[in-house]
Design a protein around this ligand. Sequence first.
Ligand code: ATP
Length: 280
Amino acid sequence: MTAPLLQVRGLTVDYATPQGATRAVDGVSFDLGAGEVMGLAGESGSGKSTLAFAIARLHRPPAHVTGGQVTLAGTNVLALGPKDLRQWRWREVSVVLQSAMNALNPVLRVSDQFRDMFRTHGITNRAEVAERSAGLLRLVGISPDRLCDHPHQFSGGMRQRLVIALALALKPKLVIMDEPTTALDVVVQREILEQVADLRRRLGFSVLFITHDLALISQFCDRVGVMLQGRLVELTTPAAIAAGEGKGGANHPYTRSLWNSIPPLHPAEPVRAQPDLVMP
Ligand SMILES: Nc1ncnc2c1ncn2[C@@H]1O[C@H](COP(=O)(O)OP(=O)(O)OP(=O)(O)O)[C@@H](O)[C@H]1O
């Protein structure tokens, strides 16, 4: 059996606060296979973003990794020095956050943002940069004519597509998406997630998709992790959650309550309703 792309073992992250250390991620372990899409659900404050940032080595004080191991494609991620880290990010892992405007520089043209990112990774030939930038825009369904525009000239959905194009520029093995479509309306959200699923099939990267929305995860992910108070309390498949089957029996009660909070598609469909909510 080939080793998984990402191995997370006993990862523990604390925040240093004036009152002492607060544990945000508590001994989390899981594997992610090459080309696999794993969703991470859980309520606000359960530690999803802290976990994602630690895996991508984007965490900053007061967050501190106080235990565990992260291995991506054989690299001991937590041991990378600053120089190696700069090369490792974007090439091996990239992160797409909720707000595209935080990732895009508002005063730079889109072409300049691509150029800067390529330059950081030693790709400076102007013709190559122009060609690759145009190709990346096409990849996410935006006309390359728009390369000379500034971020504010795009809609929210298009800006998030631009960030996804940047994230895929160096063909990373892992793309971490932290609430990538939360700020967008549901139609645009669906279009973008379908595009990510299509790109993943074509390009073969793995995705760690973080959201509080278990319904979205069940549509787009191969596996689901559920976090509660810093711990990964469930790791299963969307089908197993739908069937009420967890590891060694039923799902964790918290998973069930998350699942039961998804409104049924048709009002007459009582399947996911809690027994006491089913009309007699
Ligand atoms: N800078 C900080 N200092 C202290 N504690 C923090 C800090 N940032 C986050 N925390 C705490 O760490 C825990 C995990 O937060 P985190 O943002 O990772 O959760 P989350 O599941 O991603 O939440 P959300 O869905 O709201 O983004 C929470 O208890 C939060 O209050």
